[in-house]
Write a new protein. Structure first.
Ligand SMILES: [Ca+2]
Ligand SMILES: [Ca+2]
Ligand SMILES: [Ca+2]
Ligand SMILES: [Ca+2]
Length: 264
């Protein structure tokens, strides 16, 4: 911004507005970059320009990640990115529009590619219209007082566990370099990101049958409830012995049951 005062001209602040030739409020440069990534990932030849990720004829933003994360449409035998040739998902798209992906989110971690690279260190990050993202709201139950060694903290802490699980979701080589919760190379080409919301949920042991609806609702972050899956790391329950987790609109992970299964 320049202000003229008499003979003098003072530059107060210079700023640039990213070019947006198709006026979809997404910078052309980002759209071009993403088309290159798309062509590379799906063996496609889309024109490098702002149209591909622009609004459709009805004025809506796309949500069109391919079903098969590493094959051209109609050619599942071809593998575009090395490693394993991953099977297709059930649906196209990840429920996030290109506009939401461009705007991005403030997230705590995740975002590994198929080789365990590119992990997000925390803070704002743009998402991808090429890869599917899977977003988690993570809550962690506090230790009882006094602490119970039977309610284990994962080796390296919960962030190390989240890193390993997130890398596993995208892993296509079995060699992500991150600790694996199981035999790897069996990922789905999906990029998991998370927000750690609460690290001291009140301690308790669930009864039988396990019903945690009210508990989960108490810790659900209202701003995250539309797009984030609610993942709760908790201690224990008195239900069926082999039950290590429950998924019923939210996911409970029983750390004591998992520790018992691993050590026995
Ligand atoms: Ca999308
Ligand atoms: Ca592959
Ligand atoms: Ca494939
Ligand atoms: Ca996406």
């Amino acid at each position: 911004m320049r202000i003229d005062v008499g003979q003098k001209s003072v530059t107060i602040h210079e700023f640039t507005v990213p070019a947006d030739s198709d006026e979809d409020r997404i910078a052309d440069r980002w759209e071009r970059d993403m088309v290159r990534v798309w062509n590379n990932q799906y063996g496609a030849t889309e024109t490098i320009g702002p149209a591909f990720f622009g609004k459709d004829a009805a004025g809506n933003y796309d949500d069109k990640e391919e079903r098969d994360p590493d094959s051209p449409p109609g050619n599942p035998a071809a593998d575009t990115d090395g490693g394993r040739n991953l099977p297709p998902h059930k649906t196209q798209g990840d429920s996030l529009t290109v506009a939401q992906e461009y705007r991005g989110l403030v997230l705590d971690g995740g975002g590994f590619d198929g080789r365990g690279r590119g992990g997000h260190a925390g803070g704002h990050v743009r998402l991808s219209p090429v890869f599917k993202e899977y977003l988690w709201e993570v809550d962690i139950m506090a230790q009882p007082d006094p602490p119970a060694p039977q309610y284990p903290t994962p080796r390296g802490g919960f962030v190390a566990l989240l890193n390993a699980v997130a890398a596993d979701y995208s892993d296509q080589t079995g060699a992500t370099g991150l600790p694996a919760p199981r035999a790897t190379g069996r990922g789905a080409g999906i990029h998991v990101y998370w927000v750690i919301d609460d690290t001291s949920m009140i301690h308790g042991v669930f009864g039988a049958p396990v019903n945690a609806d009210r508990f989960a609702a108490l810790y659900r972050h209202p701003l995250l409830s539309s797009e984030f899956v609610h993942v709760l790391f908790v201690d224990d329950h008195r239900g069926r012995a082999g039950l290590r987790g429950v998924s019923q609109g939210y996911s409970l992970i029983f750390m004591r049951k998992i520790a018992n299964a691993v050590s026995s």
